[in-house]
Design a protein. Structure first.
Length: 161
C-alpha cells in the first residue's frame, strides 16, 4: 500500500493535482528504498488520479520495475472494502503494489495487518501515513481469500528525497 507523493495544494479539480518537485523526489526515494530491499511488483493497481499515476512512474522507474499498471478509476474514492474486493480478483500475482489516497491506504494497511509483524513499523503505522509512505505486508493467503488481518506488516517507509 503506497500513498501518492506530495502534491500541489490546488488545481482546477482535485483529480488533476500534480506532484510537486518534492513529491517527485520523494516518490523516487520510495522506489529506491523498495529496490534496496529487493522488492519487485508483479502487478500494480494505481488510482487514475494524476498524482497517483505520476507517483507510480517515479517509483517504478527508481525501483527498476517493468510492470504495466492497471489504472483504476475506482481507487480515487475507494473505501477499504472496495480495495480488498479488487485485490480478491487478482490471480497469479505474488507481489502487488497499490497506489492510492488517504485515508484509504492507511486504513487498508492497518486493516490487513495481523499485528504479528514489525513492532516499530506498527507503531509508526498507528501514528499516521504521510505522502510517499509504503507499507510492505506479507499476505500468505490466496488473493481470493484476502480478509482483514490476513497480512503481516514487515516494513513501513516514508520516502524523502
Amino acid at each position: 500500500m503506497i500513498r501518492h507523493a506530495k502534491t500541489e495544494p490546488a488545481a482546477s479539480t482535485d483529480f488533476v493535482r500534480e506532484l510537486t518537485a518534492r513529491g517527485r523526489r520523494d516518490a523516487r526515494a520510495t522506489g529506491n528504498w523498495l529496490a534496496e530491499r529487493g522488492l519487485a511488483a508483479d502487478a500494480a493497481l494505481v488510482s487514475a488520479a494524476r498524482r497517483a499515476r505520476q507517483t507510480w512512474v517515479r517509483i517504478a522507474d527508481a525501483a527498476g520495475w517493468d510492470v504495466e499498471p492497471a489504472i483504476e478509476p475506482a481507487l480515487y474514492s475507494a473505501e477499504v472494502e472496495d480495495v480488498i474486493g479488487r485485490l480478491r480478483l487478482l490471480e497469479g500475482e505474488d507481489t502487488v503494489a497499490v497506489i492510492g489516497h488517504n485515508p484509504t491506504m492507511h486504513a487498508l494497511a492497518a486493516t490487513l495487518d495481523d499485528g504479528a509483524g514489525d513492532t516499530e513499523a506498527a507503531t509508526r503505522l498507528r501514528e499516521g501515513y504521510p505522502t510517499s509512505t509504503a507499507a510492505v505486508l506479507d499476505v500468505p493467503v490466496a488473493w481470493a481469500d484476502l480478509a482483514p488481518g490476513a497480512g503481516t506488516l514487515r516494513a513501513l517507509h516514508t520516502g524523502r528525497g
